[in-house]
Design a protein around this ligand. Sequence first.
Ligand SMILES: Cc1cc2nc3c(=O)[nH]c(=O)nc-3n(C[C@H](O)[C@H](O)[C@H](O)COP(=O)(O)O)c2cc1C
Length: 470
Amino acid sequence: MASLTVRQIDEALKKKLRLRAAKNGRSMEDEVRTLLREAADEAGHAILENFEPSTKRSAARGRNVEPANGIACVLLIIAGGIAAYKSLDLIRRLRERDIHVRVVLTKAAQEFVTPLSVGAIAGEQPFTDLFNPAHEFDVGHIRLARECDLVIVAPATADLMAKLAGGHASDLATTIALATDKRVLLAPAMNPRMWSHRATQRNFAQLQADGVSFVGPNEGEMAEAGEAGTGRMAEPLEIVAAIERLLAPSSERPLAGKTIVITSGPTHEPIDPVRYIANRSSGKQGHAIAAAAAAAGANVTLVSGPVNVPNPPGVRVVHVESARDMLAAVDRALPADIAIFAAAVADWRVDNAYKEKIKKSPGARTPSLSLTENPDILSTVAHRTKQRPQLVIGFAAETQNVLANARTKLAAKGCDWIVANDVSPSTGVMGGDRNTVMLVTRGGVENWPPQSKDGVAAKLVARIAEALRQ
Ligand SMILES: Cc1cc2nc3c(=O)[nH]c(=O)nc-3n(C[C@H](O)[C@H](O)[C@H](O)COP(=O)(O)O)c2cc1C
């Protein structure tokens, strides 16, 4: 019966059937039986129950299946890092959201998680080999690269980032990443020294320039005892949020492909090891802009002074203390398409901060502080001739003559837009949840109505998207 069926179908369908059968490791006749059985199961045809022994049937069910139409499918590449264990949770979180997950494990990844546990959680067998006759008879790596909506690498090791930046195709993971026509999202995870190494930073910049999206790495404790810094893989739910943003229709991602660096919060300028000069900025506005820009599809690096607000999802956050640290972190984040300087950077710092805590002792002279000017981050970046972002936006926090001061700042700093707000204590803007701003551009002034800081962020992102379109 099966051979009759195969002979009587047209060539195109026969070819599809042949590919499908080989991919599932079945003969064409078995494939036809399986298809018929599945159709019969659906239609409730008990007549086909005895078609094959039941043990064979249940074995077939465990094999990889095509994602149904309309269901998002992501290809997750797990590389060989300690954080690979978190990728099991990532698979679970994606499946909870009805996202079909296909998994590729590098050779090194299999030292950290087994294909068995990955397969059990993903609900299908993971792929591990480039030279696998069962999958490669029809160039399976190309199909894996194309038959998904998004390629994710989590954890992305330093090694894999280097290979991807160099365009290698030396194993299944790198070959897929090179062959795909889909967007690629990387969640780096490595020791902080590996992350900050010039080679890794060079690869990171290259991959960003190639249009690769990133989530994390975050700051925090490393798996290695006593090690902390930037290099932790983003948490699974942060990666899920980044995936959902990338899977959203392009109309909801007007900043897709754009790289943005944003500063936020205050800076702390040390007086001695325990005291510092600060200001009342909470970071709420800058963090809200970072979240809105990431939600609009941008690749965002947020350089944040010391704040108590959580890191926005899907944003790479670099925590700094002083104005000089902030400028250095901004420089490392460049080149970028857009720079938004929302941080309240201290204008001055203590000239020679004390190395030890200043002691108060009876009869001793009250210490006096000599101040020196801090670098002006907005002006420095806006006046760059090389690596100047296409759009440089500054914030002007004023307590008087808001518009006049904002106009002066726009001209003096050489930026493109100024978002000006009145931060007099009576407005409650500093530390509050609402803001009333004016957008000052070379073309004129827009008075935006009072609204939440999230509202200001969303409107600013929409204005940026509009400006880039023009
Ligand atoms: C215990 C252990 C933990 C490791 N953790 C990491 C890591 O977190 N990040 C990283 O980039 N490399 C890490 N490595 C090094 C990678 O496993 C190594 O560079 C490997 O070649 C990566 O291969 P892949 O990128 O093809 O998966 C670790 C190695 C060992 C032995």
